[in-house]
Design a protein around this ligand. Structure first.
Ligand code: FAD
Ligand code: SIN
Length: 533
């Protein structure tokens, strides 16, 4: 066995969840962190609004808990909400100790953290670093991790399949690492560990329009599903209401924090419309705002709606939102002078690999944290800025649980074979990959988007089953590369979203089906769980 690729802990993913795990786990043993591209490419690096945590003396845990439960539309796990929210201030202090510099403001002669407000929050409680919070957190965590000798990062290594022992008498086999495709050498390596964390983030790339970077192809969910882990609540895909509408802007996010600072959504004729949909208007929960925009666009045949912050002081806008201001300006829109065009796009996967509150999955030695996981915090709709909070808390907790597991069970990996490419040949026809990729993303956008119907979901399922069959046979006859790995995973994730959506015959939170437009009764108050037999 090649000892070069063996460590105590394997972390698949180098965003906030993976790095919080790695930094804690490294106090006990050696850690290998895999990132599928450059280590800077993670959803975390794109976060704008900030991290929600009770910080002000005017705020309370009870209020943050209530706001989270209300947004989650009856499907949150109260125990998860209570424990994660209560750990918020402590994990924020750890982020600060590790070097994160959150924005400060002078208030009543005191220098304090500048707390932002976002939809669904009844208080200002979002710590942020201007509008580049994710970049600042990534800078601090990667600097901290790279100073720790026990942590080694392998960039451009794409996890392909988890290495698990054979299940016995109904008990799932333990996970001992992963096969990973090295994009540079174009070879597949066997990477072993005594505990493995999935921290692979979301799956925005399953939709045609998304705020997510290209790494977000749901690899963790697909890998976990293949080894029999329970995957929950995949019907609840969150669409962010406001992305810049411009052909070259790649769904650039316009932070909800703008609405927190008074931005108004308007029709092209200038009339505001959010009061027609919810008493909290622009600060209603995200599912309500996204559906309202979708409805306005469909009703009036619009390409976009407008977001207007031009009534606020121009210096304030430039200081508070320097990145958004500059980016809009580069496309010819001046936030300080006129409304900007916006549309919704796929943003956040509320479902994922079901875990306990220690990050453990039912597969022995396999943990999951961050966007890839489903702890029960978000329920049917995530409250803004609760994701960085959950990822930081759960990454840290999973490390504690994995350390305890290794201390009590120890263990060395059994023999696993090297990757065998069989008789696979190099593909000469890339178009077979690009076509399937495009079809999946388009069908998900058109049939499984903000508004669904039984017919659209039925069509989507028929098409994805066919595509899966084609991708499956292509996969086994061709040598793998990162595009093919991602395509196979996207097809699995798409199927899981469709099947979950079809099974929920009601509308709740982010899942809206015009054929079952009412929220159902108590019989629907449970997560949707899919598990491969
Ligand atoms: P990520 O940060 O996405 O990291 C995933 C890691 O996994 C990456 O390193 C990637 O390379 C790696 N990876 C993936 N697949 C593989 C594979 N097969 N093999 C190896 N490595 C792999 N949330 C908030 O709370 N507040 C905000 O203000 C906020 N703003 C956002 C703005 C944008 C534009 C976006 C896209 C998201 C935002 N979110 C926000 C959501 C939040 O950023 C993410 O949910 C969170 O950062 C996820 O962290 P993570 O560690 O789980 O995953
Ligand atoms: C935003 O800044 O609007 C994104 C916040 C989030 O996704 O939580």
């Amino acid at each position: 066995m090649n000892r070069e690729f063996q460590s105590d802990f394997l972390v698949i993913g180098g965003g906030i969840a993976g790095l919080m795990f790695a930094i804690r786990a490294a106090e006990f043993g050696t850690v290998t962190v895999l990132t599928k591209a450059a280590s800077t490419e993670a959803n975390t690096a794109y976060a704008q609004g900030g991290i929600a945590s009770v910080w002000s003396v005017h705020d309370s845990f009870e209020s943050h808990i209530e706001d989270t439960l209300r947004a989650g539309a009856g499907l949150c796990d109260r125990a998860a909400v209570e424990s994660i929210v209560r750990e918020g201030p402590d994990v924020v202090r750890e982020l600060i100790r590790l070097g994160t510099r959150f924005s400060r403001i002078e208030h009543g002669g005191e220098d304090e953290f500048d707390l932002g407000r976002e939809g669904g929050h009844s208080h200002r409680r979002v710590l942020h670093a201007q509008d580049l919070t994710g970049q600042e957190i990534m800078r601090a965590l990667t600097e901290a991790a790279s100073a720790i000798e026990n942590i080694r990062t392998l960039e451009n290594h794409v996890a392909v399949n988890l290495l698990t022992e054979t299940a016995t008498a109904g008990h799932p086999g333990a996970c001992w690492g992963v096969y990973a495709y090295d994009r540079k050498s174009q070879t597949v390596k066997k990477i072993l560990a005594r505990a493995t964390l999935l921290a692979t983030g979301g799956a925005g790339k399953v939709y045609l329009y998304t705020t997510n970077p290209d790494i977000a192809s749901g690899d963790g969910v697909a890998m976990a599903y293949r080894v029999g882990a329970p995957i929950a609540n995949m019907e609840f895909y969150q669409f962010h209401p406001t992305c810049l509408f411009h052909p070259a802007a790649k769904s650039f996010l316009i932070s909800e924090a703008l609405r927190g600072e008074g931005a108004i959504l308007r029709r092209p004729d200038g009339t505001p419309f959010m009061k027609d949909y919810h008493p909290d208007a622009e600060l209603a929960p995200r599912d309500v705002v996204a559906r309202a925009i979708d409805s306005e666009m469909k009703r009036h045949g619009l390409d976009c709606v407008l977001l207007d912050l031009s009534h606020r002081d121009a210096d304030f806008i430039r200081r508070r939102f320097p990145n958004i201001y500059q980016r809009c300006l580069s496309f010819g829109f001046d936030l300080t002078k006129a409304p900007i065009p916006v549309v919704p796009a796929a943003h956040y996967m509320c479902g994922g690999v079901q875990t306990g509150l220690d990050g453990a999955t039912p597969i022995p030695r396999l943990y999951a944290a961050g966007e890839v996981a489903m702890t029960g915090l978000h329920g049917a709709n995530r409250l803004a800025s609760n994701s960085l909070l959950e990822a930081a808390v759960m990454g840290r907790r999973a490390a504690v649980a994995a350390i305890e597991m290794i201390k009590s069970s120890g263990g060395a990996p059994p023999e696993f074979p090297e990757w065998d490419p069989g008789r696979a040949i190099r593909s000469e026809e890339r178009v077979l990959i690009t076509q399937s990729w495009d079809e999946i993303r388009r069908l998900m956008w058109n049939y499984v988007g903000i508004v669904r119907s039984d017919r659209r979901l039925e069509r989507a399922l028929r098409r994805i089953e066919l595509l899966k069959e084609e991708i499956h046979s292509y996969y086994w006859y061709h040598t793998i590369d990162s595009d093919l790995i991602e395509l196979r995973n996207l097809a699995t994730v798409a199927e899981l979203i469709i099947r979950s959506a079809r099974s929920r015959k009601e509308s709740r939170g982010l899942h809206y089906n015009i054929d079952h437009s009412k929220t159902g009764g108590d019989e629907w108050l449970h997560p949707t769980v899919l598990r491969r037999e």
